[in-house]
Design a protein around this ligand. Structure first.
Ligand code: 3PG
Ligand code: MG
Length: 398
């Protein structure tokens, strides 16, 4: 994609304004998955080690631009980042563009790091207001985008701010670059067989991905609740399984399109079911049709075996979305067996890419994360990329 990255820019004595995605899951002030912070460290260290200073900006959650709200504060992230970097992280104020923030930026010395408070506290962030963007733009001699997870959002700090910095270097961070490379190469020039694994609750989230990848992939493997919308489209009985009724026709269209393009679209042939959405209901495995009163909550053992066989031969694998309700033990086998098969394929030379969100959490939970070629920090962003949509926030970089 030919974007300049931060390593090629002289940062000595410069203030580097860096957009990161520190939108991490929190339980109170406890960070439950810090990958978005740890994965940004190479960029941050590259600047600090070469005599630059850092002004970091991020959003957290979805506050609606009505000023400071404690529950969306980045303070716990500032503290955690400080321990990961082994140096203090300044956190000057509750407003990214107030006088205290700009004074702290002005006083910043080489090797120092400052994290601005949640940019979504300002209404200008979502709206990309020029006056707001100009204030943030004035903080940096150099703009870096290392926020892959937010690449699909044209928020002020992603778009209006770098636009306001025309004439100054505006470059990709190392995480953004790595993500674009893994996902971009997988789509553009996959080693074959190229197998795509899709799961999760909703077909509607994945239609764009399926459409874009059907012509490129050798097979698409489907699991999770989204499988039941497809099975319903084929006229199967799916009991009380979750179905998106308004997407059944769409699912049928994708099945027909797959046949036309000669891409194998694999659907589960057996199902681990329960009579309630819980671990304590009556469990039963059904082949083919699901009995009335039961819902499918994981792919069955026969399907697990078939999917593993397809995956073992793959040379490129993209995985987004779990195969079942992996958070509940009785419905975690499908996701685990797919994870295991992908880990094996990777050991045998395949390139494997796991999309962020639930599938990243699953590979983390079952201990496969280190055995994948790449686990993305982007949820929505990785899906948009797999749908073939270009990012305007990336296009504007040098
Ligand atoms: C994400 O978690 O998907 C990104 O941080 C973007 O957040 P958003 O969906 O609230 O824009
Ligand atoms: Mg999101």
């Amino acid at each position: 994609m030919g974007k300049a990255n931060i390593s090629s820019i002289n940062v000595n004595g410069k203030k580097v304004l860096c957009r990161v995605d520190f939108n991490v899951p929190l339980d109170g002030i406890e960070i439950t998955d810090e990958r978005r912070i740890s994965e940004a460290l190479p960029t941050l260290k590259s600047v600090l080690d070469r005599g630059g200073s850092l002004v970091l900006m991020s959003h957290l959650g979805r506050p609606e631009g009505k000023g400071f709200e404690q529950e969306f504060s980045l303070k716990p992230i500032a503290d955690r980042l400080g321990s990961l970097l082994g140096r203090p992280v300044l956190f000057p104020s509750q407003d990214a563009t107030d006088a205290a923030a700009s004074a702290a930026v002005a006083a910043l010395k080489p090797g120092e790091v400052l994290l601005l408070e949640n940019v979504r506290f300002a209404k200008g962030e979502k709206k990309g207001e020029a006056e707001y963007a100009a204030k943030l733009a004035a903080y940096g001699d150099i703009y870096v985008n290392d926020a892959f997870g937010t690449a699909h959002r044209e928020d002020g700090s992603m778009f209006a701010v770098p636009n306001a910095m025309k004439g100054k270097p505006r470059v990709a961070g190392l995480l953004l670059e790595k993500e674009l490379k893994f996902l971009g190469d997988a789509i553009a020039k996959p080693a074959k067989p190229f197998i795509v694994v899709l799961g999760g609750a909703k077909v509607s989230d994945k239609i764009g991905v399926i459409e874009n990848l059907l012509p490129k992939a050798d097979a698409i493997i489907i699991g999770g609740a989204m499988a039941y919308t497809f099975l319903k489209a084929l006229g199967r009985d799916v009991g009380t399984s979750k179905v998106e009724e308004d997407k059944v026709a769409e699912a049928k269209r994708l099945i027909d399109l797959a046949a036309k393009l000669k891409c194998d679209l694999h659907l589960p042939t057996d199902h681990v079911c329960s009579d309630s959405f819980s671990e304590s209901g009556d469990l039963e495995v059904f082949k083919g049709d699901i009995k009335p009163g039961f819902m499918g909550l994981d792919i069955g053992p026969e399907t697990q075996g078939k999917y593993a066989m397809v995956l073992r031969k793959a040379k490129t694998i993209v995985w987004n979305g779990p195969m079942g309700v992996f958070e509940m033990r009785p419905f975690s086998q499908g996701t685990q067996s797919v994870g295991r098969a992908i880990a094996e394929a990777t050991k045998n030379g395949a390139v494997s890419i796991v999309g962020g969100g639930d599938s990243a959490a699953a590979v983390e939970k079952f201990g496969f994360a280190d055995q994948m070629s790449h686990v993305s920090t982007g949820g929505g962003a990785s899906l948009e990329m797999l749908s073939g949509k270009p990012f305007t926030t990336v296009a504007l970089l040098d």
